[in-house]
Design a protein around this ligand. Sequence first.
Ligand code: ADP
Ligand code: MG
Length: 209
Amino acid sequence: MMLDVSVLAGWIERLTGSIEREQEHLTELDAAIGDGDHGANMARGFKAVREKIAQGKSETPADLFKLVAMTLISTVGGASGPLYGTFFLEASKAAGDARALDLASLHTVLAAGLAGVRMRGKAVPGDKTMVDALTPAVDALVGDGDLRKALEAAAVAAADGAEQTRPLVAHKGRASYLGERAIGHKDPGAASSVLLFASLAQEVAELEA
Ligand code: ADP
Ligand code: MG
């Protein structure tokens, strides 16, 4: 199976739904070690994305990712908006004029997105941020195996990565102001990054079923 623009739009719609369902949970995580707005930030951003996608037709994966990027950057205040915006903007650039992505090109495109997040936020794995979930997820897409299985592995890797933020002290973002008081809490941005990969894995599993 190839990920064309309609499959990818299905992913973003599914992601929007899961962010809405998880909004309160994301807010609780951010209330513990941040300012309690991560759920609202993500929900506001993706609601706007849904409206934009409904308004016009994207021709290519790159067009769709650019629309997501621009909408997130312009509607989400807070650190996560520009960071997820950068993720989709760099993914858009890497997608070029491809009409559809296979596993190898998906890996290239999402690795470019992650590189953008790391460049912009200057976080490395272990800093207790979204990078801790995104990095193992993108790494799980290496190889030329089955797309559906790779995406399932990526979703599991993201969830493990997010879980592993729990014992960490934060080195970036608001949680870094808390020092050792952040220990024991899962990073909210890592939790929302899990939704990104879980929703893509679900979309592909459902289409292939
Ligand atoms: P804010 O911190 O401005 O309130 P959000 O609550 O929406 O923004 O997002 C917080 C999340 O953003 C954190 O949980 C973390 O995962 C992520 N984050 C914050 N700063 C950085 C950074 N420099 N690099 C990567 N991710 C970051
Ligand atoms: Mg916040």
